[in-house]
Design a binder for this molecule. Structure first.
Ligand code: GAF
Length: 385
């Protein structure tokens, strides 16, 4: 349910006894292509979606932070003192918003005490980055209310730091960058080594295309899933190849890598190296105004994640294979894997058939019903009231 800013303001007043100073919203994201490349200094091509997280916030006179969520029980108010907050000290969902305020301090910005009420329409654990949406909404609120004037690229790092050190998930910068730098109608082409970002028009509508999300409803957790193990494999691969990060390797270096690395590490490395090339190809395709040509790149990306990187699941494979059989131009898992969602690129007219086929396939396999919906590239994070 999407609450209006006025409704959320009223709820904030009910919970805290005061009016909010403002409301800030930040979107979740779909990653079009470029998976597990961000923490390897590589390329990604995500876009902000219309589903977002909104936070109502008011400055306090002391250094306490009190945070509540419309998604948590009424009495689940988490209170911390910013002056005695330590890395990893907060558990559960509150680690994301509080982690952001802690990370601001770590980066040398002084944040005042805050009352925060969180509301969200981003599905949780579906691979659409509900966590980055929450971090970025809080980061914008704290930035505005503290008057710190932190540039968005630095807010991206603050969000990542919160996730890495307060939540304990060793993620990269892609999700926060999509949420903070995204714009309606565009994907964000991000070079994670330099931090340079460029907006690339998607123009799916004009081409008669739609992008479907297939949420398998198998939730995932990057703090506990195989995500950290994959990251370690990549770091080991880079070390054995004597490069600072896998970004430094090109497809032409893979023959040498095959001779130096054991079979599993080689496959992990091959995924990252070929995925970086696919992102660049995808940007070329979009720059030429030919979004339908993304299809084969999405298919190759999924195969690489399934066979080389080992992050797909039976449910994600079923979603992708069924969507392709039913006429999708391309499909792949999106996000960190081990659960969450797949995306399928399709002609508008084929979307109902694809959706029905996926639902039928899941029913036949006695799996929980997937949630299938279209997504559009939406606006980046902003103050909404
Ligand atoms: C998750 C992480 F948060 C991102 O940083 C990225 O690594 C992604 O998985 C995989 O591409 O969303």
């Amino acid at each position: 349910m999407r609450r209006t800013p006025l409704e959320l303001s009223h709820l904030f007043t009910e919970r805290t006894g005061r009016e909010p100073d403002g409301l800030w919203s930040a979107p979740g994201r779909v990653n079009l292509i470029g998976e597990h490349t961000d923490y390897n200094g590589g390329f990604v091509l995500p876009f902000a979606i219309e589903q977002s997280t909104t936070v109502a916030a008011a400055v306090r006179k002391d250094r306490l932070v009190r945070v509540a969520s419309t998604l948590a029980p009424d009495d689940a108010l988490v209170t911390v003192d910013l002056d005695s907050l330590e890395e990893g000290a907060v558990q559960g969902w509150a680690a994301y918003p509080i982690g952001v305020l802690w990370a601001m301090g770590q980066r040398g910005y002084r944040c005042p005490g805050l009352d925060l009420l969180v509301d969200s329409t981003v599905p949780i654990g579906a691979g659409l980055s509900s966590s980055a949406a929450l971090e970025c909404a809080v980061a914008l609120a704290a930035n505005d209310l503290s008057g710190a004037g932190i540039p968005r690229r630095e807010l991206v790092i603050i969000g990542q730091l919160a996730e890495n050190l307060m939540v304990g998930a060793p993620t990269g910068i892609m999700d926060q960058a999509a949420s903070l730098l995204g714009d309606a109608g565009h994907a964000v082409f991000l070079d994670c080594r330099s931090g340079d970002a460029r907006l690339v028009p998607l123009e799916l509508d004009a081409a008669g295309l739609v992008l479907l999300v297939i949420d398998t409803r198998v939730t995932h957790e990057h703090a506990t899933s195989g995500y950290a193990a994959r990251r370690r494999s990549c770091e080991l691969g880079a070390e054995l190849m004597s490069v600072p990060s896998l970004r430094e390797l090109a497809v032409g270096d893979l023959a040498e890598a095959a001779g130096l690395l054991d079979e599993e590490i080689f496959r992990r490395v091959r995924h990252v190296v070929t995925e970086n090339a696919r992102v660049q190809d995808a940007v070329d395709v979009l720059d030429r105004g030919r979004p339908a040509d993304l299809g084969p790149l999405l298919v190759a990306s999924h195969a690489s994640m399934r066979d080389d990187f080992g992050i797909s699941t039976a449910e994600l494979d079923l979603a992708v294979d069924t969507a392709l059989e039913a006429g999708a131009l391309g499909a792949r898992l999106t996000g960190g894997g081990f659960g969450g969602a797949a995306i399928a690129l399709a002609r508008v007219d084929d979307a109902p058939t694809i959706r029905a086929a996926v639902e039928q396939a899941f029913a036949t396999a006695a799996l929980a019903a997937p949630v299938v919906f279209g997504v559009l590239p939406g606006a980046g994070a902003a103050r909404v009231a």
